[in-house]
Write a protein that binds this ligand. Structure first.
Ligand code: ITT
Ligand code: MG
Length: 205
């Protein structure tokens, strides 16, 4: 048996990281050993200042690959709300000011939509996932998950804006889905599915 290829999964968000690991493991690519940021020496990361999810995902994956010499996968994601002209978008993690305050970010979006009627509450989660191989290929893919913003939060699964996001064709919020249901439909699941052939090729090198 050849040595498994170590693949760095570069996210500082523990709940997102859990999803990335779960989806990659469920994809069943053999010969890949997933490594978290806590298992490699610390390295400086560029701030997420890109104009697009793709720019940010590539920057995170390039940083990880350059610092460790390992192939690296990174996700940049967020919520695009129709009535907010596609915002919070790339600003999703820091919409209410500080970084990663899920409850404050969610309350702010709900407050901003308080006068928006049910027929105009459309939104989508978007994920760009980048794979960067040191000295080799770079690939970035996008998945999206259409739905609508609820009137109030429901459920305690998932993370971030999940309690206020009702996926198309669902009555439950994303935070009320099982992890497997979320992965099968989510922006992140759909993005990572497109990287599976690349990961299989990497493992077969
Ligand atoms: O950059 P890393 O370290 O990966 O972690 P992060 O939390 O900062 O992640 P992003 O910069 O990609 O910001 C994404 C934000 O969008 C939101 N988000 C992304 N995916 C989501 C999902 O599946 N469910 C709910 N909210 C999500 C969530 O609030 C995140 O903080
Ligand atoms: Mg981030």
């Amino acid at each position: 048996m050849p040595e498994p290829v170590r693949l760095l999964v570069a996210s500082r968000n523990t709940k997102k990281l859990k999803e990335l690991r779960r989806v990659l493991e469920a994809a069943g690519v053999s010969g890949i050993d997933l490594v978290g940021l806590n298992e490699v020496p610390e390295f400086p990361e560029a701030p997420e200042t890109g104009a697009t999810f793709e720019d940010n995902a590539l920057a995170k994956a390039r940083d990880g690959a350059a610092a460790t010499g390992l192939p690296c996968v990174a996700d940049d994601s967020g919520l695009e709300v129709d009535a907010l002209n596609g915002m919070p978008g790339v600003l999703s993690a820091r919409w209410s000011g500080g970084h990663g305050d899920d409850a404050a970010n969610t309350s702010l979006v709900l407050a901003q939509l308080s006068d928006v009627p049910d027929g105009r509450r459309g939104a989508a989660f978007v994920s760009a996932c980048a794979l960067v191989v040191p000295g080799g290929a770079e690939r970035v893919v996008r998945g999206s998950w259409p739905g609508a913003i609820a009137r109030e939060p429901r459920g305690d699964g998932g993370f971030g804006y999940d309690p206020v996001f009702v996926p198309e064709g669902e009555r439950r919020s994303a935070a009320e889905l099982t992890p497997e249901e979320k992965d099968a439909a989510s922006h992140r699941g759909r993005a990572l599915a497109q990287l599976v052939p690349d990961l299989a090729a990497l493992a077969a090198r």
